[in-house]
Design a protein around this ligand. Structure first.
Ligand code: WQD
Length: 326
């Protein structure tokens, strides 16, 4: 099979391309390079520069490269920005997906893996979030991921396309320093940024109903996440007509305070955090049940939180040589 990886020049997409090619799959990257980096695309993997909103370009890529499966990661992913620019997010994430699915179904592609998010659950009031936990997204970003799942399932049913919606929990880490996330939008890089500035990391609220009062999340190493895509791609190929929705997490909660302590310890710092007000819209606890991924995909995370921090720090110090001086 040949897989088109949309968003394959992005942080997660580049790891998916790496895992798929290492598993012996042929891949082609489709990316508009709005946030992706051409350097992340390995030698020997074709790169088509284009938007998924450009149906003709997508159709040419599908036919020209003999594509039989698609992994769709291309999307906007900043929650705060989605609140300010909801129409932009709906256009990029929902309309971009609709146009892509139109071309995919017309080209007779058999398998479609969609990059969804734990953001579809919103503020789940459960210890472990299963795929049956009701979806109630809290941001336009989460809404576009949920609407995306609906589009994927509906188009899949109508066209006999096997589909998998992978709901990523909190992704971190890197396979290599040059593949690390370059953005500073999530907890681990935000801690790194503060330590590099010789400032205390921030805890956004410590009065949540959790054991230490700080928010609890399920962090997943991007290498494990990428391997989940390989498992999903194989599950779809071996069973036409499937319609999978699967959480991709470790099934273990880590609090903000625990994360800051581990980052301090692993990067040679000793910087106590400051507590600042809650960030609006943050749920107290979001931790996956990883059972369905184990049974349906025979996939399980292998990397620890320490692996995530260490590999992310290597990527950070590559981009910020001044880091580690404090
Ligand atoms: C984690 C926890 C913060 C920075 C978001 C999206 C999700 C996905 C991943 C998409 C929260 C706290 C953070 C800091 C802190 N996005 N925090 N101090 O909010 O769980 O998930 O990113 O692609 O859809 O919702 O992740 O890393 O922003 O925050 O206390 O300096 O860390 O309040 O509790 P979040 P995050």
């Amino acid at each position: 099979m040949t897989w088109l990886i949309t968003g394959g020049a992005g942080y997660i997409g580049a790891h998916v391309v790496r895992a798929m090619t290492e598993a012996g799959e042929r891949t082609v990257v489709y990316d508009d390079l709005s946030t992706g980096l051409a350097d992340r695309v390995p030698d020997g993997v074709p790169l088509v520069v284009g938007s998924t909103l450009d149906g003709e370009r997508v159709a040419r890529a599908l036919v020209g490269h003999g594509i039989t499966g698609v992994v769709h990661l291309a999307a906007k992913k900043q929650v705060g920005e989605s609140v300010e620019r909801p129409l932009h997010y709906y256009r990029e994430n929902v309309e971009g997906l609709r146009v892509l699915l139109d071309a995919v179904t017309a080209a007779g592609v058999r398998s479609f893996v969609f990059s969804s998010s734990a953001a579809v659950y919103g503020m789940p009031d459960v210890d472990l979030v299963t795929e049956e936990t009701p979806c109630a997204p809290m941001s336009p970003y989460g809404e576009t991921k949920l609407a995306g799942e609906w589009l994927v399932r509906a188009a899949g049913r109508a066209a006999g396309l096997s589909t998998a919606c992978l709901r990523y929990f909190n992704v971190a880490g890197a396979a290599r320093p040059d593949l690390a996330d370059t953005g500073v939008f999530n907890l681990i890089p935000m801690i790194f940024e503060k330590l590099t500035e010789d400032a205390p990391p921030r805890v956004f609220g410590d009065d949540y109903p959790t054991p230490d009062g700080t928010c609890v999340r399920d962090y997943i190493h991007v290498v494990d996440l990428a391997e989940a895509h390989v498992a999903a791609a194989r599950a779809l190929r071996s069973a036409p007509g499937r319609d999978l929705t699967v959480n991709i997490g470790r099934g273990e909660g880590v609090s903000v305070r625990e994360m800051i302590d581990r980052v301090n310890a692993l990067t040679g710092h000793d910087r106590p955090p400051v507590v600042t007000p809650r960030r609006p819209g943050d749920p107290a606890r979001v931790v996956a049940s990883a059972d369905r991924a184990a049974t349906e995909l025979a996939w399980k995370a292998r990397h620890t939180v320490d692996d995530m921090i260490t590999s992310a720090w290597q990527g950070w110090t590559r981009l910020h040589p001044e880091a580690g001086r404090h």
